[in-house]
Write a protein that binds this ligand. Structure first.
Ligand SMILES: C[S@@+](CC[C@H](N)C(=O)[O-])C[C@H]1O[C@@H](n2cnc3c(N)ncnc32)[C@H](O)[C@@H]1O
Length: 229
């Protein structure tokens, strides 16, 4: 993950790698299970870069520690890396629901969930989030959107009524490798167009407060206003 940007103002690749190493060595360890999962993904999966990784994983856990959410939803499980990090930060009676469309990932995900002390806090759903979200019947305190970039706006619209006022939606990859500031995006690049449409939609949505963190590939924090604000 050395070429990803944790701090965007550092100009030199070599400096970024040094500061990345420093950040990780002065943050909590991810733990042996997540290290093993990451190694397994790097050896056996096609797109291992999709998993959240050490720094973002610790940040997701910290969000849970700070917010103490009762119900969490993750849209896009992939390996279960972020799921395990979210679960690690939860209180005793809290749960994280996670949805993955690719049924070929199920064995990989379950292999690691079953080794985790937090497995009882995790509910894995295999299927399309667009079908599953309305069936969950839960009100969420924290939602992590991290699936198909073309569908970010659809996930947002669908999940919004299920987020409690005062709840938080996190959306990953909202800077999309810097492509969001490219001047000409071809119509064929549906993922970048999906992210651009989502970012514009969030900016215009007065029901929420929002800020893009320049963390990794961009992480947008979207806070659903309460009727007191
Ligand atoms: C970036 S990865 C998720 C990484 C994971 N959240 C993490 O941080 O470790 C995106 C995942 O979303 C899944 N996905 C794509 N479209 C989906 C949909 N409509 N419903 C559920 N999962 C979907 C993909 O199969 C892929 O595994």
């Amino acid at each position: 993950m050395g070429h990803e940007r944790y701090l965007t103002h550092l100009p030199q690749q070599v400096e970024e790698e040094t500061i990345d190493d420093y950040i990780l060595s002065h943050s909590d360890d991810e733990g042996a299970l997540l290290t093993a999962l990451t190694r397994d993904a790097n050896v056996n999966l096609l797109r291992p870069r999709m998993l959240s990784g050490h720094l973002q994983g610790r940040i997701l856990k910290m969000f849970c520690r700070m917010m103490r959410p009762h119900r969490v939803l993750e849209i896009g499980t992939y390996t279960g890396y972020a799921t395990l990090c979210l679960a690690e930060g939860l209180d005793e009676d809290a749960l994280v629901h996670t949805i993955e469309i690719n049924d070929e990932m199920e064995d990989f995900i379950r292999k690691y969930l079953e080794q985790s002390p937090y497995q009882d806090k995790i509910r894995l759903h295999i299927g399309n989030a667009l079908d599953i979200i309305p069936q969950l019947g839960e009100t969420f305190d924290l939602v992590f959107i991290d699936a198909d970039k073309r569908l970010y706006s659809s996930y947002y619209d669908l999940v919004f009524p299920w987020v409690r006022p005062g709840g938080l939606i996190l959306a990953d990859n909202t800077l999309w490798d810097g492509k969001v500031i490219d001047e000409k995006i071809p119509q064929s690049d549906r993922q970048t167009l999906g992210i651009l449409a989502f970012n514009d939609k969030i900016k215009q949505d007065n029901r929420v407060e929002k800020v893009i963190l320049p963390l990794r590939d961009g992480l947008t924090m979207i806070w659903k206003k309460t009727n007191k604000i």
